[in-house]
Design a protein around this ligand. Structure first.
Ligand SMILES: Cc1ncc(COP(=O)(O)O)c(C=O)c1O
Length: 385
């Protein structure tokens, strides 16, 4: 018997091939080239992949590797990749339409087609990281951008978004009100919305955003041979999980086992797994893990996350701080890693599994297992104590 916080995916099969439906969501073609091209970005550096042998031994597994996205672009979180690629996707599409030839990343970055790209104005609604990421993307390519913030977003977050050169519009309401106002004003003014989640009739930009995230996995493949047997990835709407699962599924034969981790109050993937289709979270998404506080999945990701996640699991709020401390104050000789509440959620999931024998066995974890985690954000201002 496995615990109630863990659920196997009845649709997942290791021999299911990565096919056209998956390629529509996450297209692995061209990602090695894109990873190389990103070196043109002034702030770009491959993020480190740390090995934590002491913690692996404590948990009873063979190897533990943590990809440290807190160091991405000096931005503090993996989301920067999505903002940059989301904006690039729109601009390169516009140049392609105008000249029937897709421009390279470098050409758009250096403003080779400003006559086409210069008039684009971007917009998004966000309560934090994604808005900052879109602002960073727009600034990189030299475009104007508007970020719609709900009433509750802190003044610090607003300042961080403004510091990236974006114009901020405060909406007197919650996140949904900010989304509605963003859609209304964008339609009125001809602004282009860059969203990390999809909805009916809108999935091209969210797919570009996920394409940005796949760079993380291309780097992991270059940094680590033979690569992981198990991957624990935290999910909000599922964009990061789709990039992780899709890219590694396409590249590894056999693919690793995938485990998707969510806060209990924001368990939209856990519930969707039971329903066999996109379903709402069972809770109110009140969680310290702000990046994972989502009540609905991004529907376009279903053919990847819905079909190749082997296990869905939830974690409790009081499991987050111990995981953050484990990364910040490591065991003997392991490197110290700064993480935020959403960043360390994968580790919180792994620890939960490793301390529950039935879960550990069900996932076929043992001393030969090689586990990959992604520290998706650094310590962006919240203390670890
Ligand atoms: C730090 C962090 N980790 C993980 C996630 C989850 O990503 P997704 O919503 O694509 O599942 C987010 C989303 O904002 C985030 O900010």
């Amino acid at each position: 018997m496995t615990p109630a916080w863990l659920a196997a995916n009845p649709r997942a099969r290791k021999d299911l091939a990565f096919g056209r439906d998956q390629q529509f969501v996450v297209n692995p073609n061209g990602i090695p080239e894109l990873t190389d091209e990103l070196k043109q970005c002034p702030a770009h550096k491959t993020t480190p992949l740390y090995s934590l042998p002491a913690l692996a031994a404590r948990l009873g597994i063979g190897e533990l590797h943590v990809k440290d996205e807190s160091q991405r672009f000096g931005f503090g979180a993996f989301k920067a990749l999505g903002g940059v690629l989301g904006v690039y996707g729109v601009l390169s599409g516009a140049v392609g339409d105008a000249y029937h030839k897709s421009p390279t990343f470098e050409e758009v970055l250096k403003g080779r087609h400003r006559e086409v790209t210069g008039s684009y104005v971007f917009a998004t609604a966000s309560s934090g990281n994604h808005g900052r990421a879109v602002a960073a993307g727009a600034r990189l390519f030299g475009n104007r951008c508007f970020i719609f913030l709900p009433k509750f977003t802190s003044a610090e977050k607003e300042a961080a978004i403004r510091a990236k050169g974006a114009e901020v519009i405060r909406v007197d309401g919650d996140y949904e009100a900010a989304v509605a106002e963003c859609k209304r004003r964008s339609a009125e003014n001809g602004w282009t919305i860059i969203s990390d989640t999809s909805w009916e009739g809108y999935d091209s930009t969210p797919r570009d955003v996920m394409r940005g995230y796949t760079v993380i996995l291309e780097e992991v493949i270059r940094q680590w041979r033979p690569g992981p047997t198990h991957v624990f990835v935290q999910a909000g709407v599922g964009g990061l999980a789709a990039a992780v699962i899709g890219y590694l599924w396409a590249r590894y034969e056999p693919r690793p086992s995938f485990i998707v981790v969510e806060p209990r109050s924001a368990d939209c993937w856990f519930q969707s797994n039971f329903a066999g289709k996109p379903a709402l979270a069972s809770g109110d998404a009140e969680t310290a893990m702000g990046g994972l506080a989502c009540r609905e999945i991004s529907p376009v990701t279903w053919p990847v996350v819905g079909l190749a996640t082997d296990w869905f699991m939830t974690i409790e709020e009081d499991q987050v701080m111990p995981a953050r401390r484990l990364l910040a104050h490591p065991l003997d000789g392991d490197p110290a890693i700064a993480s935020g509440p959403s960043g360390c959620a994968g580790l919180a999931g792994l620890v939960r599994v490793c301390t529950e024998e039935s879960a550990f066995k069900a996932m076929h974890l043992d001393k030969r297992s090689r586990v990959l985690l992604i520290n998706s954000e650094g310590n962006l201002g919240e203390g670890t104590a």
